[in-house]
Write a protein that binds this ligand. Structure first.
Ligand SMILES: O=C(O)CCC(=O)C(=O)O
Ligand SMILES: [Fe+2]
Length: 342
């Protein structure tokens, strides 16, 4: 009986979601913050309505030049196979995507730029805002805000990279919109994995369809917090209903292990410069870092800004470098979730 009620309630919510998606397509508005309906529909329909939403809301593909940017070192055939692999498995890895020089610049940036400790589940970590001290971490996760990041020339290089935009577009099936720019350290601060630091398995669900690019800026081994994914769980019904029904929560390793064999887990160890492209609608986490540390820079591209409300990062016009300046003029929709200010 409880089960029937759960399904009836959520089917009604899914009908409301379809109405809200169509209204958004027509008016560009979702007045009463109906995005939680997307989550509800996912619990019941396992992603089918996400696919419907992305077909409805995507905009026309743009004419990027895939030969311009960091993926241009891979042949057209390799990119084609990578794209296919990503669609089938939910992830694909490019080794040496970033060169040593760019990794060094990102590393230096992370040590010069102020950041903030992520609150931990226990709230036991120190509230700290300032520069990162690799020798004395004070949280499992230390992060930088998007506004600080988008004003940096190294970051702008990635944001305006046409080979990345082209790869994202191929997956999304419509013009990619940059909707997240982040960078963070994982460090061995507390013995336990932290849920709030995304160290327990979960799926992301802020948009109808999106794709994340994780760039390793430091070498990552099994102890220093490798990003971890369960292949194929990005597909419709890819996450078993018993796990989806728990809602938008973090899942323990035991809960995940009771549905997938431990060997199904893909733990991404790799040299700095490695790029992991992943559909984080599948189950994933940052494995708890027990020694060493891990710095990741990340961008997310979405097919539509329908979904969770976010504060747009502010990009000061005086900080816009030539590459980004050019991309902003050519592809305004890509940067439509970034606020350009005087
Ligand atoms: O730190 C990680 O590898 C996981 C981060 C995560 O959950 C995410 O970026 O969605
Ligand atoms: Fe996540």
């Amino acid at each position: 009986m409880k089960n029937i009620k759960f399904y009836i309630r959520n089917i009604l919510k899914s009908i409301l979601l379809i109405y809200d998606l169509i209204r958004f397509r027509v008016t560009g508005n979702s007045p009463n913050g109906k995005y939680h309906l997307l989550l509800n529909s996912f619990y019941v329909f396992g992603g089918v309505l996400n696919n419907f939403g992305s077909l409805l809301l995507r905009t026309k593909k743009l004419n990027f030049n895939p030969a311009e940017g960091i993926l241009s070192k891979f042949s057209a055939n390799e990119i084609h196979s990578a794209s296919k692999f990503l669609r089938q498995n939910g992830y694909v890895v490019f080794e040496n995507a970033l060169d040593e020089r760019l990794c060094e610049s990102f590393l230096k940036l992370s040590l010069d730029m102020p950041g903030i400790n992520r609150d931990m589940d226990s709230n036991q970590n120190r509230v700290y805002e300032g520069r990162y001290d690799r020798e004395n971490p004070t949280s499992n996760r230390f992060e930088y805000d998007a506004t600080t990041l988008v004003n940096q020339i190294e970051v702008q290089k990635i944001l305006s990279d046409e080979s990345l935009l082209s790869f994202a577009q191929e997956y999304l099936g419509g013009a990619p919109i940059i909707d997240m720019v982040c960078m963070w350290w994982l460090a061995p601060f507390q013995i336990e994995a932290d849920m709030n630091a995304a160290q327990w398995f979960h799926f992301d669900m802020e948009r109808v369809k999106w794709i994340k690019f994780f760039f390793y800026i430091t070498d990552v081994d099994t102890d220093s917090g490798p990003h971890t994914f369960i292949p194929k769980t990005h597909r419709a019904w890819g996450i078993p209903s018993s796990l989806r029904k728990k809602g938008y929560v973090r899942l323990s390793d035991e809960e995940v292990d009771s549905n997938f064999s431990a060997s199904a887990r893909k733990e991404f160890t790799g040299k700095r410069g490695t790029l992991i492209v992943e559909d984080t609608r599948g189950l994933h986490k940052g494995k708890h870092c027990i020694s060493g540390d891990r710095l990741v820079f990340q961008t997310e591209y979405t097919v539509s800004n329908y979904g969770a409300k976010v504060n747009p990062p502010k990009l000061e016009i005086k900080n816009v470098g030539p590459e980004l300046g050019c991309a902003l003029m050519k592809y305004p929709v890509v940067f439509s979730m970034i606020e350009v200010t005087k």
